[in-house]
Design a protein around this ligand. Structure first.
Ligand SMILES: [Zn+2]
Length: 347
């Protein structure tokens, strides 16, 4: 891609493969700027991969983007959603309410979607285990599922290894837990393309485990899910955020290297008398711009501490660390304190 190409989030309808178009939809006030929706043309009616956030400007952009390729919004037959995050899922629920469009998402998202429908606050339950002292439950309220987000149960839970057969192509849903537990990517092997949702993004490392039902080994799941993609043929990445077209194999290798480095750095930050996730998050650099923890806003601080906890739990699983609970906070200590550096960080 040349410098003359528009930024990936500039509104429009962009062809990415025969019969497949990308439409970036706005995410007002969000750092990610936009979410890519993919329209797959089909003789039985177009389908969408991901649907966007249910805000009026996104619905307008979707209507405009579809009409640019001669598709009426009400004719969209199905939406296949990669995961339950509101910027991917909630506009599908709106389309169903307006036009009866079918909503389909991975079965692994069921418990988190139930909690989102109930608007059950879940983020604050991690503040004590992570040892967080600078955020309170009240600080997190704006980021919980709330009236901004139109949630509902899907029409169909997509189960593993059940190909989505369209008249002109087959889309294989591949479970890729990590970003969320029920995250799916959709592969069109004949076309050589992979709709990656937020599992593989071209320029940023996806957040891990931010969901109503969080579990401790979300990073282990994510690393295993990168290996799932590594075992596939090389495919063109069609990401939910960022420009499409990169190599799945190359990006998986980069993401694995990022987390290997991050695991080494996290281990190095553990103090001899033990550290909490919060204490270690404050020592690590954040974002591709290497920001300090204190430069992050409330929500990104929460994400950073959660990422740190996820890395600590992988190190614990690998036997590099053990934790004890002190007043409910997990305090991690290295298991061999004989001066060795753990997994070699050299080179
Ligand atoms: Zn997401």
């Amino acid at each position: 891609l040349s410098n003359l190409d528009p930024a990936w989030y500039v509104p429009g309808t962009y062809p990415v493969a025969p019969g497949v178009h990308r439409i970036p939809l706005p995410l007002p006030g969000e750092g990610l700027r936009a979410v890519n929706i993919y329209v797959v043309e089909d003789a039985e009616g177009p389908i969408l991969i991901d649907a966007g956030w249910s805000v009026p400007e996104a619905l307008d952009a979707l209507r405009d983007g579809l009409s640019a390729v001669g598709i009426n919004l009400k004719d969209v037959r199905r939406t296949l959603i990669t995961h339950m995050h509101f910027d991917h899922y909630t506009l599908a629920i709106t389309l169903r309410r307006l036009f009866g469009t079918s909503v389909e998402v991975g079965l692994g998202e069921r418990r988190s979607i139930e909690l989102a429908i109930g608007r059950t606050p879940t983020l604050a339950q991690w503040l004590v285990p992570w040892g967080v002292t600078d955020l309170s439950a009240a600080d997190l309220v704006p980021y919980e599922a709330n009236d901004r987000h139109e949630y509902g149960r899907p029409d169909r839970w997509i189960e593993q290894s059940e190909a989505v057969r369209l008249s002109g192509r087959a889309l294989d849903p591949i479970p890729t837990p990590g970003h969320t537990q029920g995250h799916l990517v959709f592969a069109d092997f004949a076309a050589g393309i992979l709709f990656t949702g937020d599992h593989i993004l071209p320029t940023i490392t996806p957040s891990i485990g931010l969901e109503p039902v969080r579990h401790d080994l979300c990073l282990m799941d994510y690393l295993n899910s990168l290996d799932v993609i590594a075992r596939l043929p090389d495919l063109a990445v069609l990401p939910a955020h960022g420009l499409p077209g990169g190599s799945s194999q190359q990006r998986v290798a980069e993401l694995k290297e990022h987390h290997a480095r991050r695991l080494r750095d996290t281990l190095q930050c553990v103090k001899p008398d033990g550290s909490s996730a919060f204490e270690i998050a404050q020592q690590l650099p954040w974002t591709s711009r290497q920001r300090s923890f204190n430069e992050l806003d409330t929500f990104n601080r929460y994400l950073a501490i959660g990422e740190t906890a996820a890395h600590l739990n992988v190190l614990e699983l690998r036997g590099e660390l053990a934790f004890t609970q002190v007043d409910g906070t997990r305090v991690y200590e290295r298991t061999h304190m004989d001066g060795k550096e753990g997994p070699s960080g050299a080179g």
